[in-house]
Ligand binder design. Structure first.
Ligand code: GDP
Length: 456
C-alpha cells in the first residue's frame, strides 16, 4: 500500500473516489489523503489560499470550529468572495461542504451568506449541510459579546470580533445553548424566550439595552424555514463520505496560538483550532485523519490584545503591515507584525502533528537587507524553547534572535523553488529546520500562480 503522504494531482479528472475494500482502506494514487489544515500562529496565516489549492483535490470540505469570526477572501474568475461560515469549497463546482458540530452558527449570517452565493450564481442547496448539533449564535450572544468587552475596559479587553462567538461557546459549555436542530423543534420559541430572559438580566447589569423576545422568536422562526433543508446529521454524512473513499479536507479557522487550550490564554478564541479539534468538531475519528498541513507565515502577525514577543512596534513593523496588507478580513483591524517566531512554530508542529508546512508571504520580506528569526525566549535569565503556560511569564519572555541576510529581490514572479534566490531558500530551510516537519508549499504572492508546490 502506498504511503499516505504521497499522491499526485496530475489527473485531469480530479480525484475520483474508489470504492474501498473493507475493512482495509485502499485509496487510488490520485486520491488526496484525509487532511486537516490548521493555522500555526495567531490566525491570518493565509489559510484561504492553501485551502483553495487543497480543495481542488478534495471531494468534501468540512469546517470544524469557530464561527463567523473567521474570514476567508477568495477570488474566483476575478470575482471576490468573502466567506465567514460556508467553506470556500462551495466555490468549486462539484464539491460538497459541511459545517460541523464544533462550529457555532449565526443563522442570520448563514442565510446572508447563502443568499449572497446564490445571487452570484453559486449552487448551495444540495451541496451544503450544517450539523444539527452545531450551536446557534443568537442576537443576545452578539449583545453580550459587545457588552462584556466594553465592561472589561481597556486593560482587560480580549479583542473579540463582537460576533457573539465567545458567549455562544460559553452557553454550550454551560449546557444552556440552543442547537441548529433545536431551531426545527416546536418548543424552540419557548426555550429561546427563557434564554432571552437570562441574557437580558446580564445585559441590564452591564448597562446594555435588553432585547425583545417576541421579535427574536419571529426572526428565528423565519430563519428556521430557510435553513431547514440544510440541517442534517453531519456525523453520518462525513463518515459515509469517508467509507465511500472520498477525500475530505477539514479546514481550521484562526490558529494554534488562539486555541482555548494551547494558545495564549485568555487572549484566545473559545474553540480548538488545532488539528485535534477536527475530531471533536466533526465526529471523525483520529485514525481517519491521514495528514496534517500547517499554514505559517514567514513572519508573525497578531490581531487584538495579548503578548507577542517578536512584535515590531517601529517603522519596520509598519512596513511589514503595509507590504503584507495586514488588515483583518472580517474587521479591517490593523494586525500587529513581527519577526518569525520559531518557538511558536515548533510548538505548533508538536501539538498539531504537522506533516507538511505551507509557508506564506515570503514576498513580503523581499526588501529587507537583514532578517531576524526568534530561536528561543530569554525568561528570567534562562533561555527556553518551550511555550510558557503563564501569561505573566510569556509577557516577560524576550526573543533571542539569529540573523540571516535578506535576498533583496522580488520573488513574486518565481514559479519554481529552485529559482528562488539562495538567501531566500536558506531562510526557509532554516525555519523548517528549527520547527520540524517538511516543506510542502511556499507562497510568494496572493494569486494562485504564486504557489510553489513541493510535496503538497
Ligand atoms: P486566513 O484567514 O489565514 O485565510 O488569512 P487572510 O485571508 O486573513 O490573509 C490572507 C491574505 O494574504 C489574503 O489577502 C491573501 O490573498 C494574502 N496572501 C496569501 N498568501 C500570500 C503570499 O504569499 N503573499 C502575499 N503578498 N499575500 C498573500
Amino acid at each position: 500500500m502506498r504511503s499516505p503522504f504521497a499522491y499526485s494531482n496530475t489527473s485531469p479528472e480530479g480525484f475520483r473516489a474508489v470504492a474501498p475494500a473493507d475493512p482495509v482502506r485502499v485509496r487510488s494514487e490520485t486520491i488526496m489523503p484525509n487532511t486537516v489544515l490548521i493555522g500555526a500562529q495567531w490566525g491570518d496565516e493565509g489559510k484561504g489560499k492553501i485551502i483553495d489549492v487543497l480543495t481542488a483535490q478534495a471531494d468534501m470540505v468540512v469546517r470544524y470550529q469557530g464561527g463567523s469570526n473567521a474570514g476567508h477572501t477568495v477570488v474566483v474568475a476575478g470575482r471576490k468572495f468573502v466567506l465567514h461560515l460556508v467553506p470556500s469549497g462551495i466555490l468549486h463546482p462539484g464539491k460538497t461542504c459541511v459545517i460541523g458540530n464544533g462550529v457555532v452558527v449565526d443563522p442570520l449570517a448563514l442565510i446572508a451568506e447563502i443568499r449572497m452565493l446564490e445571487q452570484e450564481g453559486v449552487t448551495v442547496r444540495g451541496r451544503l449541510t450544517v450539523s444539527d448539533r452545531a450551536h446557534l449564535v443568537l442576537r443576545y450572544h452578539n449583545a453580550l459579546d459587545t457588552a462584556d468587552e466594553a465592561a472589561r475596559g481597556d486593560s482587560k479587553r480580549i479583542g473579540t470580533t463582537g460576533r457573539g462567538i465567545g458567549p455562544a461557546y460559553r452557553d454550550k459549555v454551560c449546557r444552556c445553548g440552543l442547537r441548529m436542530g433545536d431551531l426545527l423543534e416546536r418548543d424552540f420559541p419557548e426555550r429561546l424566550a427563557a434564554n432571552v430572559v437570562d441574557a437580558n438580566r446580564a445585559l441590564t447589569a452591564l448597562g446594555a439595552v435588553p432585547l425583545d423576545a417576541a421579535g427574536l422568536q419571529k426572526t428565528y422562526a423565519e430563519a428556521a424555514q430557510v435553513l431547514a433543508p440544510y440541517i442534517a446529521d453531519t456525523i453520518e454524512i462525513v463518515h459515509a463520505a469517508d467509507r465511500a473513499g472520498s477525500s475530505i479536507l477539514f479546514e481550521g479557522a484562526q490558529g494554534t496560538m488562539l486555541d482555548v487550550d494551547f494558545g495564549t490564554y485568555p487572549f484566545v478564541t473559545s474553540s480548538s483550532p488545532t488539528s485535534g479539534g477536527a475530531c471533536i468538531g466533526t465526529g471523525i475519528a483520529p485514525n481517519r485523519i491521514q495528514r496534517v498541513v500547517g499554514v505559517i507565515k514567514c513572519y508573525t502577525t497578531r490581531v487584538g490584545e495579548g503578548p507577542f514577543p517578536t512584535e515590531l512596534t517601529d517603522a519596520l513593523g509598519e512596513d511589514l503591515r503595509q507590504r503584507g496588507g495586514e488588515f483583518g478580513a472580517t474587521t479591517g483591524r490593523p494586525r500587529r507584525c513581527g519577526w518569525f517566531d520559531a518557538v511558536v512554530g515548533r510548538y505548533a508542529q508538536m501539538v498539531n502533528g504537522v506533516d507538511l508546512w505551507a509557508f506564506t508571504k515570503l514576498d513580503v520580506l523581499d526588501t529587507l537587507p537583514v532578517i531576524r528569526i526568534c530561536t528561543a525566549y530569554e525568561l528570567d535569565g534562562r533561555n527556553i524553547t518551550t511555550m510558557p503556560a503563564s501569561l505573566a511569564a510569556f509577557q516577560r519572555c524576550r526573543p533571542v534572535y539569529e540573523e540571516m541576510p535578506g535576498w533583496l529581490q522580488a520573488t513574486s514572479r518565481i514559479t519554481r523553488y529552485e529559482d528562488l534566490p539562495l538567501q531566500a531558500r536558506a531562510y526557509i530551510e532554516r525555519l523548517v529546520q528549527l520547527i520540524g516537519g517538511k516543506l510542502g508549499v511556499l507562497s510568494v504572492g496572493p494569486g494562485r500562480e504564486t504557489t510553489l508546490r513541493l510535496g503538497l
